[in-house]
Design a protein around this ligand. Structure first.
Ligand SMILES: Cc1cc2nc3c(=O)[nH]c(=O)nc-3n(C[C@H](O)[C@H](O)[C@H](O)COP(=O)(O)O)c2cc1C
Length: 152
């Protein structure tokens, strides 16, 4: 194993969960990268310290990041400051018809942690379909492969 990818997700209806599960399938295709898979409610600074890269998967709710994912990031902010991580991360936003605020909001929060965006965020509108799941699989695999190769 040459690195560990942490996937943190939050889902109410199951939509974000399906996308996160697809990203997990993709990441598991890279045997050299370990995987840690957590609900946002169950993740915290320990997981952030232990990982080498991060993928966040959550919905837009009321024009902002779903509360549980925001809570995870808020809980990590102060404990993360001494580390100045700058670890690579990716983002998947599940949403009805917008998602732009959440994309911007997450990028702003992550700059402050700080963490480094290394892939184009996926803002996926509507009920998850095969194409969206494939895009998430590719992203999960790409992050895991990048960690294995040490390109970040
Ligand atoms: C309370 C609530 C607020 C929402 N607000 C937005 C919104 O502002 N913009 C948007 O594009 N979708 C919005 N949606 C739609 C969700 O983002 C979308 O259904 C998403 O796939 C839900 O994923 P999840 O159920 O896995 O968390 C909202 C859904 C809920 C339940």
């Amino acid at each position: 194993m040459s690195g560990m990818l942490l996937i943190v997700y939050h889902s109410q209806s199951g939509a974000s969960f399906r996308l996160a599960a697809a990203a997990r399938r993709g990441a598991l295709r890279e045997p050299d990268t370990a995987l840690c898979w957590r609900r946002a409610w169950d993740a915290g600074i320990d997981e952030l310290v232990a990982c080498d890269g991060l993928l966040l998967v959550a919905a837009e709710n009321s024009a902002s990041l779903a509360g549980a994912m925001k809570d995870f990031l808020d809980r990590c902010f102060y404990p993360a400051q001494p580390y100045q991580f700058n670890k690579p991360y990716g983002l998947v936003v599940s949403c009805g018809n917008d998602g732009r605020n959440t994309d911007q909001q997450v990028q702003r929060i992550m700059r402050g942690l700080p963490m480094k965006l290394v892939a184009e965020p996926l803002v996926l509108r509507g009920e998850p379909n095969r194409a969206m799941e494939s895009a998430c699989e590719e992203l999960g695999q790409a992050l895991a492969a990048g960690l294995a190769m040490g390109i970040y």
